[in-house]
Design a protein around this ligand. Structure first.
Ligand SMILES: [Zn+2]
Ligand SMILES: [Zn+2]
Length: 429
């Protein structure tokens, strides 16, 4: 008779063998992709001044400090089987010697980059499809991964996320707000703005312009603060903290440019549609006064700037509404990415190791109708039988799949690769 422990070992061994086989399958698909499509990978500007990095399938090693004089050399490196990467990055920075050690590279400047990732946006669905487990004490929870563990304060987590349609929709809304600020408030032209789907759960925006190239980390932090609405004051300096009893018009005022205009338009929209619940979540105590006087508020206060002209709508009310609207109108970016002047960023046209989807650029004008689940699909042929552990309903290449839970299904290659890369399925031999 076989003992339980032996059966258990056998099962573990079989599970590992299947996982290995799935990895080989993903490896083969990535290899096919780069062999057939490497010529279509677009070239980043000033290729010879960029540092490149590759996370290799073999040994999960990060190979950094690579430089290429031209795209042909890059491509022949990429299709060499011993270099096959799960992820490819290049520096936002330009260097004299991209292959040198960090302090000897000779930093010449860097593009201004923004990363908008669903990991930083509090969507209502992340509690359904995202989970995290503390690497130190094993405590786990649902939703956005915290900065530190509430039990042991550990900062390493094992996160299980999903590139969900709704989350990517939210990331797109943040991107729209960011691009609007970059165009209208900073004055960048559409030619200077490059918008990409990241290949996973968000969007990247790169600004390539002489004026931003040599900005240091401190200057970039100023830009981060601006788009995030950090440090924005809505009350005049002398009115802060001692506005009680004063007329709203004398302490609250908004002009017609930048954040002032954004707040004004945002407040207009907010008040027009506000319900009692909306006003209460904004912390407005006199919500009845706001609800009863919507029209007068919109006309007299917001249009004519007579902020104190509606009874019951005080400076405090305006400050609360403005603060709430500021949070709605600010762009939720990953602040660390923008301030890092040596940042490596995923290369456009390459595959994301967590999804098998491509990072791709698309014109700013197409932001509204761009569909990542159609346009970033890399694998167009074939079907594969996989055993799925657990996955919510998802959309890919114009079709809807799932939800699946502990079942064997036949899926198109792109969907199978996605599930395997996300650790939700294994190939059935
Ligand atoms: Zn912990
Ligand atoms: Zn979601």
């Amino acid at each position: 008779m076989v003992k339980f422990a032996e059966v258990n070992d056998l099962l573990v061994w079989q599970a590992e063998a299947v996982a290995m086989f799935s990895q080989d399958f993903v490896y083969a698909k990535f290899s096919e992709f780069y062999n057939s499509s490497s010529a279509e990978i677009p070239l980043p500007s000033s290729v010879s001044q960029r540092e490149f990095a590759f996370l290799l399938f073999k040994g999960r090693v990060m190979m950094r400090h690579k430089g290429f004089a031209d795209m042909n050399r890059f491509r022949s490196f990429l299709i060499d089987p011993k270099n096959l990467p799960s992820d490819v990055y290049h520096s936002c920075a330009y260097y004299e010697n991209p292959e040198a050690e960090m302090d000897k590279k000779g930093w010449l400047g860097a593009d201004l980059v923004f990363d908008i990732d669903a990991d930083h946006i509090p969507t209502s669905c992340n509690k359904i499809h995202d989970e995290w487990t503390c690497g130190k004490c094993g405590f786990s929870g649902k939703g956005i991964t915290p900065e530190s563990c509430p039990i042991c304060e550990g900062q390493k987590f094992d996160a299980k996320t999903w590139p969900c349609d709704l989350c990517l929709g939210s990331a797109k809304e943040e991107t729209v707000k960011l691009v609007d600020m970059l165009e209208k408030d900073f004055g960048f032209s559409r030619k200077e703005l490059h918008v990409f789907f990241s290949g996973h759960r968000g969007y990247h925006v790169h600004v390539e312009n002489e004026a931003v190239r040599t900005l240091d980390a401190v200057a970039r932090k100023e830009i981060v603060d601006y788009v995030s609405g950090i440090g924005l004051t809505v009350l005049t300096e002398k009115a802060k903290g001692k506005h009680k009893g004063k007329r709203a018009s004398s302490v609250f005022g908004l002009h017609d440019f930048g954040w002032n205009k954004r707040l004004k338009l945002g407040m207009q929209k907010f008040i027009l549609n506000a319900t009692k619940e909306d006003l209460r979540s904004a912390g407005v105590r006199s919500y009845a006064a706001v609800l009863q006087n919507k029209e007068a508020i919109l006309k007299r206060c917001l249009e004519e700037g007579r902020w104190g002209s509606v009874k019951g709508v005080s400076v405090e009310t305006w400050a609360k509404i403005a603060e709430y609207v500021k949070n709605l109108e600010s762009a939720k970016i990953d602040t660390v990415v923008t301030t890092d002047i040596h940042r490596l960023i995923r290369m456009a046209g390459t595959l994301h190791g967590k999804t098998g989807l491509k990072k791709i650029e698309f014109p700013v004008a197409r932001l509204a109708d761009f569909d990542p689940f159609k346009e970033a699909v890399a694998f167009k042929d074939g079907v594969v039988k996989v055993c799925v552990s657990d996955v919510p309903e998802f959309r890919l290449g114009g079709n809807v799949y799932g939800p699946y839970r502990r079942q064997v299904v036949e899926l198109p290659t792109a969907a199978a690769v996605l599930l395997i890369c996300k650790g939700r399925a294994e190939v059935v031999k």
